[in-house]
Design a protein around this ligand. Structure first.
Ligand SMILES: *Cc1c(COP(=O)(O)O)cnc(C)c1O
Length: 735
């Protein structure tokens, strides 16, 4: 996985953790003090395995993120770990057989149980635990929010803990003693993929999402302090439990959680280059060290130096460590190339920051009265953001109402597994009406005759009735009483909502506000009429983004934000009554494909529209109007960001490419990243800026984005590039 390029500290600590596991299995301090050895092997080194689990959760779910790329990377991961486990089983088969492990009396059931939970050789348990734990966390994350996943897996961990370090407490309660007896019967012990692994994998995944979210990140000193405190608590906890004789196994502690969390976060504060070989080595050490134990014992016996090597616990530990590290290092050198190849970068891509999406949904909801829920408008491929990824993310955040423009968009969401209500805001042709029923999609009734068309079609439809209160686009006229009521009378139409649309909610001009108020009143009157006639109008809704921002106190059941959900206003800098901290979700990036000097007097591009007045360094960027950049941006002062600086667009924007002047930016090379919308260093280009330059609204700019550019979901802004090249920036290509 290339995603872990910038977390070198994690790689190094993983190797240290692998050595701690060796300590665990060799007891380096036993020659001096049993007490000291207990502290080292049964308390301190207990950090090692949670750390491994967290690293897996961190990298796997960070790289996978949401949507498109989640499944393939999970499959890849499971296959890799499964393969490793199979290798481990084979590797230790001779030792197993030698120890009489798979004797004639072991049943197939017992062996299967061992393979699934315990591992066929004592330290191999980690691999099946990783497989099962990852599957559990993956499944939970599909359905629940990060924090809820932590609560669920944390509860499993608590159950596990009372069958482990705190067993002495549980054993005193009869019912619990019975419960755990059964648990042990089923699983052997609780240190497995159900009670132990999921929590730390989920914690790693949680950190992966939060790590570079600047708002939630704290300083290295803060995490260091938290680690020291929780580490001291861990020592105290482990020692106390040991003294009191409460432990059954000494694996699962309370303080292990904050200690492992703080350590892991500490290591993610600063991004340094990853060490692929070191990472490989820690896995190899983990897999090989029991073999090394056997070999060291055998060799010592053969050479007659048992007293020196085996007799001295530290010498034994050292010998095993060397005997594990050396072959692991050799294997790493042979099989892992020193530096990873330059990560391939797409030609052009859209980057989606899902944590900003979460944020926008949250603040919009907060701006509204408690009883008002959001109906997320995800039409036009979620304004160019990718409707499936966006809808699924919002669904995880608790949103149950979605709106699209047409039936094709609704069906796409359903096929991708989006639940809840999906409302079509526009017209559906008669030949596609059946799909509304098949996919349980709600249709807007556009006017009274439209209701008749649906009723005549046969089949039962869920509908929202639209009332025209002055926009004069869709909806039955607010003052045509008979027609209005007729829409609620049809036997085959189940009316679950009634709504209207404001024509000028974005204006704070008193004259325009008066018009919006008039629309609101008309809507209210129409609803009163419907109620008075004894009909149920269902859920009421009126506000789109600007309706929320400028008329936040309306007591409606739903509000329909579109553009604001994506962190944008239609016109950048426009005034709104409520100020909401909206964060842009979309960035647009592309690769530099060529950099060359254009001599004074030469021209650039179609129509020779740019003439070089002096020698000019020109970079060609692999993105054009077919990727959604408006062609009119040519010659309107537009620019892109390269190395955190503005490079003016020169010449005419082509279908797949554009050219920029990089004379003022040293060292631009092929493969460098150009940011068309988004941040790079301290500089930033917004969709609003491009809209302003091309005389349109932000909505139109983002809607045309990414029809061709590969979509890519991330939950956080890209880390600030450490160096100017791609490799240094820790950027990775979508797989
Ligand atoms: C598009 C649309 C919305 C969303 O509008 P924004 O201004 O993007 O928030 C809401 N309601 C209807 C009927 C729409 O067509």
């Amino acid at each position: 996985m290339a995603a872990d390029r910038s977390y070198g500290w994690i790689d190094l600590v993983k190797l240290a953790a692998a050595v701690l596991v060796i300590a665990n299995h060799t007891g380096p301090l036993t020659s001096w003090s049993e007490e000291a050895d207990f502290v080292l092997t049964n308390i301190i080194s207990r950090l090692a395995v949670p750390f491994f689990f967290m690293a897996s959760g961190f990298f796997l779910f960070r790289a996978a993120k949401e949507g498109i790329r989640n499944k393939p990377s999970l499959r890849k991961f499971m296959v890799r770990i499964g393969g490793l486990y199979a290798l481990g089983i084979l590797l230790y088969l001779p030792v197993n057989v030698y120890a009489g492990h798979f004797g004639p009396d072991s049943t197939a059931g017992a062996i299967l149980k061992e393979i699934a939970f315990g591992g066929t050789f004592y330290h191999l348990w980690y691999l099946p635990a990783l497989l099962l734990g990852t599957a559990i966390v993956y499944m939970l994350r599909l359905r629940l929010q990060d924090r809820t996943v932590l609560v669920v897996t944390g509860a499993l961990y608590a159950i596990g803990m009372f069958g482990d370090s705190y067993y002495g407490v549980a054993a005193r309660v009869d019912a619990l003693a019975v419960f755990y007896a059964q648990l042990f019967d089923a699983f052997g012990q609780t240190r497995n993929g159900l009670f132990f692994a999921p929590f730390f994998i989920a914690l790693g995944a949680f950190i992966g999402n939060a790590a570079s979210n600047t708002a939630s990140r704290r300083s290295a000193r803060w995490y260091g302090g938290m680690f020291l405190i929780s580490f001291s608590l861990l020592l105290a906890e482990g020692t106390a439990l040991h003294r009191l004789g409460l432990q059954l196994h000494e694996v699962m502690y309370v303080a292990l959680v904050p200690a492992a969390y703080a350590l892991f976060r500490l290591l993610t504060v600063r991004s340094v280059r990853g060490h692929r070989r070191v990472r490989y080595m820690s896995t190899a050490v983990y897999l090989l060290h029991p073999l090394a134990i056997v070999l060291v014992r055998g060799a010592a016996k053969l050479l007659g130096i048992q007293t020196v090597v085996i007799g001295n616990s530290f010498a034994f530990f050292a010998a095993v460590t060397i005997a594990s590290l050396l072959p692991a290092a050799m294997l790493a050198i042979i099989s892992v190339p020193r530096s990873s190849p330059m990560p391939g970068n797409p030609r052009a891509w859209v980057q989606i920051d899902l944590s900003n999406l979460d944020h926008n949904a949250r603040v919009l909801k907060q701006a509204l009265p408690d009883g008002t829920s959001l109906m997320a408008v995800v039409k036009a491929n979620a304004y160019g953001h990718g409707s499936v990824g966006i809808a699924k993310r919002l669904q995880r955040g608790g949103i149950r109402q979605f709106a699209v423009a047409e039936v094709g968009e609704a069906v796409e969401l359903r096929k991708a597994g989006v639940k809840g209500d999906i409302l079509i805001l526009g017209y559906t042709p008669t030949e596609r009406l059946n799909e509304l029923i098949w996919y349980n999609i709600t249709q807007t009734v556009i006017h009274a005759d439209d209701a008749q068309r649906l009723q005549a079609h046969g089949g039962k439809f869920k509908v929202h009735v639209k009332i025209d209160t002055g926009m004069n686009r869709l909806g039955e006229q607010f003052d045509r009483q008979e027609e209005l009521l007729s829409m609620y009378r049809h036997s085959r139409l189940q009316v679950t909502g009634t709504y209207s649309h404001l024509a000028e909610a974005d204006s704070l001009d008193p004259y325009d506000i008066a018009f919006s108020r008039k629309q609101i009143d008309r809507f209210r009157h129409a609803v009163d009429l419907i109620l008075a006639a004894g009909f149920n109008p269902g859920r009421l809704h009126l506000q789109s983004s600007y309706g929320i921002l400028n008329f936040p106190d309306l007591e409606m059941d739903l509000a329909r934000p579109g553009i604001a959900l994506y962190g944008l206003l239609s016109t950048e800098g426009g005034a709104t009554r409520t100020k909401i901290d909206l964060r842009p979700v979309l960035s647009l990036k592309a690769s530099v494909s060529r950099v060359h000097l254009v001599k004074s007097g030469e021209f650039v591009g179609y129509g020779r529209s740019f003439a070089a007045a002096a020698d000019t360094m020109v970079a060609t960027v692999a993105i054009g109007y077919a990727d959604g950049i408006p062609r009119e941006l040519s010659g309107r002062g537009g620019s892109v960001l390269i190395h955190g600086r503005r490079a003016p667009i020169i010449g005419r924007i082509c279908m797949d490419q554009l050219t920029v002047d990089v004379s003022g930016i040293p060292d631009v090379r092929q493969g460098d990243i150009a940011t068309i919308i988004g941040e790079d260093g301290a500089e930033r280009i917004t969709a609003g800026e491009i809209a302003m330059r091309t005389g349109t609204i932000t909505n139109e700019i983002v809607c045309s984005m990414g029809t061709r550019a590969a979509k890519r979901f991330v939950s956080e802004p890209e880390r600030r590039p450490a160096a100017k090249t791609l490799a240094g920036a820790g950027i990775h290509a979508p797989q």
